[in-house]
Design a protein around this ligand. Sequence first.
Ligand SMILES: [Zn+2]
Length: 317
Amino acid sequence: MNYTFQVYIADGQEHFLHGPSGHVQHTQYPLSQTVLEWVELNVKQIRDITERLQTDLHNLLTERTERLEEPIVEGLALLNSYHPYFAYVRLEWAERLKQARQQSCKDVEKLLPAEELEQIPAILEMTQQQLRTLWHEVLDVDVSGGSIQDKLRKLYTESSSNSLCFAFQPLQLRYALIEEGIFTEVLEVRNIFNISDFFVRECLRRELRFRICKNCGRYFALSRNKNAEYCERPFAIPAKTCKEIGALNQWERKKSDSPALKAYTREYKRRFAWIRYGRTTEEAFYHWAELAKLNRDACLRGEITLEAFLAWLKLDT
Ligand SMILES: [Zn+2]
């Protein structure tokens, strides 16, 4: 094999060593991040790409010209852009294409099995459903039912359908010294679905807890703050994380609940009506409103007391 695809966990991070010989890259993510993204992946988009890859593969096998490898290489790169796990498929198939070229005609169909690509979307879809169930039934901090082990036992013994339970598979692990200077279990990936399997076990073993973010509706891992309601993923534009949006919403809510703001709004409406009755001019009103806003904000920031602000509002200026 002329490439590396290894996965391990160190310092609470997922580590990926991936690339052709001589160009191995090291990428890392917080533990559980890639699994959650795997579950959220749009299967339809993946199916579109794998279907096109099968057609391209068919063309290559029929015509056997090197030029027809190009769309396959591009398709694999596109697949990889959707999720880091697809780097495995990309490397493995690049290797197979090279071998197929070297042995020209012999056994090429066996070397490039289109069924393997065809199966990916269906297995992905099933894995997603099973992992969603596992997350909800076992890892969701807001779903009661005892410890992780209790919930796990319950799911796997009492579940009405086996197809709902995530099916753990045998993995090829090696206990080895890693770059970080420690010995740990390193996964030798033999199948793309090995990777989520490897990380899910670790989430369970470490008893990680997850919650659905109140802003984006996606699961996130709880770290130090067990009461966190928002994740820290970037959300929308301008780039703000859900946590920042959450804090902003809370501040807005608190602000609109505040007696200072309520009193300001009441007084604003009352004085605005005065314009119609000729008791004040538009100009005088807007001048007052400007000052009132400054005082209101000073009060919200705690620079003047509520009593002082309410007293000021009553002044007939
Ligand atoms: Zn979020």
